[in-house]
Design a protein around this ligand. Sequence first.
Ligand code: ZN
Ligand code: ZN
Length: 420
Amino acid sequence: MQVKAPRGTYDIMPDEIYKWHQLEQIIRTTAETFGYAEIRTPIFEHTELFERGVGDTTDIVSKEMYTFLDRSNRSLTLRPENTASCVRAFIEHSVAGGVLPVKWYYMGPMFRYDRPQAGRYRQFHQFGVEAFGSDNPALDAEVISLVLEILANLGLQEYELHLNSVGCPECRELYRQQLISHIRPVKDKLCTDCQTRFEKNPLRVLDCKVASCQEAIAGFPNMYDYLCPGCSKHYSRVQSILTDVGIAYIHDNQLVRGLDYYTNTAFEIMIPLIGAQSAVAGGGRYNGLVKECGGPQMPGIGFAMGLERLLLAMNSQENSRTNPGQLDVFLALLDEKNETRAAHILSGLRRAGIRADRDYNHRSAKAQMKYADKMGARLVLLLGEDEIQKGVVTIRDMQTRQQSEVSNEALIAAIKAILE
Ligand SMILES: [Zn+2]
Ligand SMILES: [Zn+2]
């Protein structure tokens, strides 16, 4: 029986990889211009880290994790997100003792046992940032503008920024009580998920997508009215900085995020191109998280964005992305007697950093040209008896269709000149 890739996973084949390389390159460069440095954490962690750092009432922890016992009976989990790991690394390496804030970014695969659908996979890729050690609302605004800068650099100009404040533990508790007494009388009208949410994390009822739930809770109290003076001031400051720099946003009092550790600013960014319902990036402040995971009291803020969804958005718009091809130079070997000479030329080219290959399957001269074209080679080098006699190589430019003879000594310089 043929074994296929597991449900919810997929291969990125070599003829598609250039899109990923371009996407990753743009994201890295943009993040680095904002002063973020890359961190790479393990793909799996102790299960307990996510239970504490993501929260065991969240969908992620309660039903979506890939958890397994290793051969020593330790419970390990494939990372469903990267923030908890960054927090663990922050604590484990005593980063709090150094210069703050620290600004990190990450990029890589995450794993969730989710229902696969368009743009949603069980192994998926995220880019995100975490900034630890500052409670300044200007940093909230900076993190948001980084997301928008990345979108702009990817050619995605249209977006919708949803913004809210989820307050601090004190004012949120006050709000929670109000919300509970508002929802309790209509509790039976909620969907089964919301019945559970109501018991464990009532704020989550607000962002349920089921229409009957929204009807049932209509007229719910607004978090904004319950913010304490500190939280209210923080939120106003974030809003005014965004307005000052010309970033439009929508105050969204149903944006609560699914995770327990968020404080103050919460935001999501939608791209109309891939459907208004689904966020391409989301994040916010999590001033309680480092302490929750066993570290010092330490403010933090971050976001994550889904790379599959970004690619989907990029693919659905006109753009000039082209496959740069796999090769710069293809060496057409016209006589097998010239094998040694060919090997020398190839190794010289490769050492000079030129992407070069040759035929290994005894193709005819014509078939070799076709093959070179398919591999995207800009130049074809012809090496026949004539060339060997004269100590030259014929260079054929596949774009201009021009041919010229170049001496063996001048070959690499000539190729580099054309490729530039
Ligand atoms: Zn507060
Ligand atoms: Zn519901």
